[in-house]
Design a protein around this ligand. Structure first.
Ligand code: SF4
Length: 453
């Protein structure tokens, strides 16, 4: 009764939350298994960012309830954003659900499972479904432990929860609550622990990291709490690379730009959500910046680090986006020449202001706009990668490629790199001479002189 499979949908924050639940469960004597077929307990850690993501998880839960027929003691739980978004109505839709755990209650999962399993074993009353969705002060501080997989070179570190913005398309403020930051010292302790276990790269996570600690901690010497945190992590022995996701253009100030100049471990890659390159659409989205301000941030980053890489999120077909609005967004997107982008066709998210906006865009038109941006992205990312051919870039070696006998890693600019290597090089930072490139990947040979290979 103690084998648990956790299936994670959605973003890196969800992955991180699942890792914490897995760690808590292991400490409680549960074993974490790799497939649902071997499990006595399945927990779905869900995403609400689009209706489609929720439908996927509901479909999975519907399928898994069949397991109850074979094994009446099988336990099925839903955690995370969809649990928070729909609460006990999920149990109405899926009466076989045993557990519904919201985004501030992940740390309560072991207690809930203990209780459910004891009851199922006849040591208590037959349990009804447990629904635990309340807000909990300090819950952001409970996402702090790691499982530590063998050969792991990179780790996510959750620095805050929630978002106080109200973008018209986004459900996150409802599912994740108000902004709550973890203390700087606790984050630095966590980063130190992962570094001691061999991790070389950390990615700091939050829905809106540029808001980190702005209510809890003071600005010191003109530096925001987020930049103070980056400076502290720069000093952690063993950590060689720092990344973060996602900042917001509104909170991206000069102190953060200068951090890219001053902190050698902060990789020259930023994922800076644009969402639209047209001020009218940005206003409709309730995104409080203009494309001119976004451009200023890009220019100031390129001024301090000319080789800066830019990635973004962008939505096409937002309600009311005319052909002229889209043309403006496409021209701006082309002008920035993004190295990477997550391009989304707007889809209605129930419960958000944009759901009821007039002038929804037909699906075929969204497809067309999506393709226009994909083509522009292909052109800019290919040009960037082809420009690297003949150059030498440092790669962090992650491990063997999924197929073939090559190894994979990432450059500081977050390009996928493929090369010959061996197991002993995993976790090392090694220069690579690039000899070929596609839009997504660079290929080359490691420069092993002086490296313990
Ligand atoms: S800033 Fe990000 S998380 Fe917050 S409401 Fe906007 S899109 Fe959602």
């Amino acid at each position: 009764m103690n084998r648990v499979y956790i299936k994670t949908y959605g973003c890196q924050m969800n992955e991180r939350d699942s890792e914490q639940v897995a760690s808590d469960l292991r400490n409680r004597g549960y074993s974490i298994v790799d497939t649902e077929h071997d499990a006595d307990v399945v927990l779905l850690n869900t995403c609400s960012v689009r209706d489609q993501a929720e439908q996927k998880a509901i479909g999975k839960a519907g399928y898994l309830k069949k397991k109850k027929k074979e094994n009446p003691n099988f336990v099925l739980g839903v955690m995370g954003c969809m649990a928070q978004n729909h609460g006990s109505t999920l149990v109405d839709r899926l009466p076989d659900l045993d557990l519904v755990v919201g985004t501030q209650k992940f740390h309560r999962v072991p207690d809930h499972l203990d209780n459910l399993i004891q009851s199922l074993n006849g040591q208590g009353p037959r349990p009804s479904s447990i629904v635990d969705l309340d807000e909990e002060e300090g819950s952001q501080n409970t996402i702090r432990d790691h499982i530590g997989k063998k050969g792991q070179v990179s780790a996510f570190v959750s620095i805050m929860q929630g978002c106080n913005m109200n973008c018209a398309f986004c459900i996150v403020p409802k599912t994740r609550g108000r902004e709550r930051a973890r203390p700087i010292e606790e984050i630095v302790d966590e980063v130190t622990r992962v570094a001691e276990s061999g991790v070389k790269e950390v990615t700091l996570l939050g829905q809106i990291v540029t808001s980190y600690g702005r209510r809890e901690f003071p600005v010191v010497g003109g530096k925001s709490p987020f930049v103070q945190l980056l400076e502290k992590i720069q000093d952690v022995k063993g950590i060689e690379r720092i990344r973060f996701t996602s900042p917001h253009p509104r909170g991206f100030k000069q102190d953060l730009v200068e951090a890219y100049r001053d902190l050698s471990k902060l990789c020259e890659y930023v994922h800076l959500p644009l969402q639209a390159g047209c001020n009218k659409t940005l206003r409709a989205m309730n995104r409080p910046y203009t494309k001119e301000r976004y451009r200023e941030i890009v220019d100031s980053l390129r001024a301090v680090v000319p080789s800066m890489y830019f990635s973004t999120d962008i939505i096409v077909g937002f309600p009311g986006e005319t052909e002229a609005d889209f043309a403006e967004t496409a021209a701006f997107f082309d002008d920035i020449a993004f190295d990477m982008a997550y391009i989304f066709k707007y889809s209605i998210r129930t419960g958000t202001p944009a759901e009821v906006m007039p002038d929804q865009i037909p699906q075929e038109e969204k497809e067309r706009r999506n393709q226009v941006l994909l083509d522009l992205l292909h052109k800019s990312s290919l040009a960037r990668n082809e420009g690297l051919v003949g150059k030498t870039e440092q790669v962090l070696i992650e491990g063997p490629a999924k197929k073939g006998d090559k190894f994979v890693g990432k450059t500081r600019g977050y390009r996928n790199a493929i090369f010959d290597a061996n197991e002993r090089l995993i976790g090392q930072l090694v220069d690579m001479k690039i000899n070929r490139a596609t839009a997504s990947t660079v290929y080359g040979d490691l420069v092993l002189a002086g490296v313990d290979a």
